[in-house]
Design a protein around this ligand. Structure first.
Ligand SMILES: Cc1cc2nc3c(=O)[nH]c(=O)nc-3n(C[C@H](O)[C@H](O)[C@H](O)COP(=O)(O)OP(=O)(O)OC[C@H]3O[C@@H](n4cnc5c(N)ncnc54)[C@H](O)[C@@H]3O)c2cc1C
Ligand code: HEM
Length: 372
């Protein structure tokens, strides 16, 4: 690995990407699907421009192979996750070949034997870590879990709460997310969603918010009906409860970022209860989509306080403002374990505000719903 010149790989890809990321992705996929048609069925039916999720990520990872020690846990998770696509060890050389052919094509005279050898070595190292982990986990875990939608509760114009039933329990921890393929309505499109109930049973509650123009959220919120089939991928995420801590909890959620907080509240209840302040923020009164459940949770659990704030609707009788500001304005949270979940903008603003107020980074766990 010492011989791999990662700076040269990055420089080479910057040159290649100069031809336009869409052109590069298009060439990569055309080559892959033509030469290795058995890989086509793993990808979404319409591989339109701007829809590429693999090439950019692939290159970013491979060109950082000099940090492979830090990357190993992530690559192991990625390899485990790729099993849901049907990816087998035998498929990795095909993607490596498509990558190198694409790079050579766009590099023109800048392509050298040394670059070719370095790309190949870096790819083999990354692919080996992924496929090794996938083979290892195959002994104990299925590649995905079949599920069926059993209830669709359209709470607002753009938010639906879905109850899905699996045949086997999915081994997630409260706060973690699973990727979802709406097999009936959007086959081979995978997106992340976060169970809103603690693990162990066969039923999983999902909160889906429609993102305008987004294929999967539109399908889940607008077109879901009981009986629709889904597949769920393996769970991931570090926004989980710290079992070694007895500190009180502060949870701050924007919109469907409420889902993991509900799962964690359920888990805290199972574990005997712990003082918890849950802040839920929405833009308008109508987007306060889970108020009955939140009121019931607060009634049941003496250790739980729920505050709902609305940012853009003056008729709301409770607190107004961005939820991070409302929570930060309510007290000193430096003695709490802090959880934040919502859009990337909400999470960034909230965490920044709390840190400025004396909360330490190590106290905060968060999940952003925008990016995988
Ligand atoms: C770990 C994780 C957990 C998630 N859990 C949930 C969940 O429980 N409920 C839920 O509704 N969504 C959740 N999401 C977002 C979800 O995975 C999809 O991205 C979202 O539903 C849109 O899917 P789409 O196919 O319609 O559009 P996409 O093609 O996925 O997205 C279109 C664009 O919208 C952005 N985007 C997606 N979600 C948001 C958001 N909330 N705020 C601002 N921008 C956004 C994306 O980054 C992208 O740029 C989660 C995301 C991650 C990474
Ligand atoms: C070193 C090798 C590889 C790396 C680093 C890699 C990395 C990634 C990453 C980071 C994503 C995005 C995940 C997400 O958005 O959640 C992805 C998606 C994907 N990968 Fe890989 N991958 C590799 C090899 C492969 C192979 C061999 C296959 C199978 C032929 C494959 C099939 C896919 C598919 C089907 C997707 C989803 C694409 C989409 O939804 O548009 N990958 N990969």
């Amino acid at each position: 690995m010492e011989d791999i010149d990662t700076a040269a790989l990055k420089e080479n890809f910057a040159l290649v990407a100069g031809h336009g990321p869409d052109e590069v992705a298009q060439y990569f996929y055309s080559y892959l699907f033509l030469r290795h048609p058995q890989t086509r069925d793993m990808f979404p039916p319409a591989m339109t421009k701007q829809r590429d999720r693999l090439v950019g990520a692939l290159v970013r990872i491979v060109t950082n192979v000099d940090q492979v020690d830090q990357l190993v846990p992530y690559l192991q998770d990625l390899g485990r996750d790729h099993r849901k696509f049907g990816t087998l060890t035998a498929h990795y050389p095909a993607v490596g070949e498509a990558l190198l052919t694409t790079l050579r094509h766009f590099s023109g005279p800048g392509w050298t034997d040394k670059l070719a050898a370095d790309w190949a070595s870096a790819y083999i190292l990354v692919a080996g870590t992924m496929s090794g982990a996938a083979e290892h986990i195959a002994e104990t875990e299925p590649p995905s879990w079949d599920a069926e939608i059993i209830e669709v509760d359209q709470r607002t114009f753009d938010i639906a709460v879905l109850t899905v039933r699996t045949e086997e329990p999915v081994p997630y921890l409260a706060g973690q997310s699973v990727s979802v393929e709406p097999t009936t309505t959007r086959p081979r499109e995978w997106r992340w969603y976060t169970p809103a109930n603690p693990p162990g049973g066969l039923d999983i509650e999902l909160h889906a918010r429609l993102i305008p123009g987004g294929p999967v959220s539109t399908a889940l919120v607008r077109s879901s009906t009981p009986g629709d089939q889904l597949r769920l991928g393996p769970p991931f995420g570090r926004m989980t409860l710290d079992s070694g801590s007895q500190r009180p909890l502060l949870m701050i959620a924007g919109s469907t970022g409420l889902a993991p907080m509900k799962a964690m509240v359920g888990q805290v209840a199972r574990d005997g209860g712990r003082q918890t302040h849950l802040y839920f923020g929405a833009r308008s009164d109508r987007e306060v989509y889970d108020r009955k459940a939140l009121a019931a949770l607060q009634d049941w659990h003496g250790w739980l306080t729920v505050t709902t704030a609305v940012s853009d609707d003056t008729r709301w009788p409770g607190p107004h403002g961005m939820i991070g500001d409302v929570a930060a304005g309510d007290g000193d949270w430096s003695g709490h374990d802090v959880y934040v979940c919502g859009s990337p903008a909400m999470v960034e603003a909230t965490v920044k505000r709390l840190l400025a107020q004396g909360v330490q980074e190590r106290q905060v766990r968060f999940e952003e719903f925008g990016r995988a």
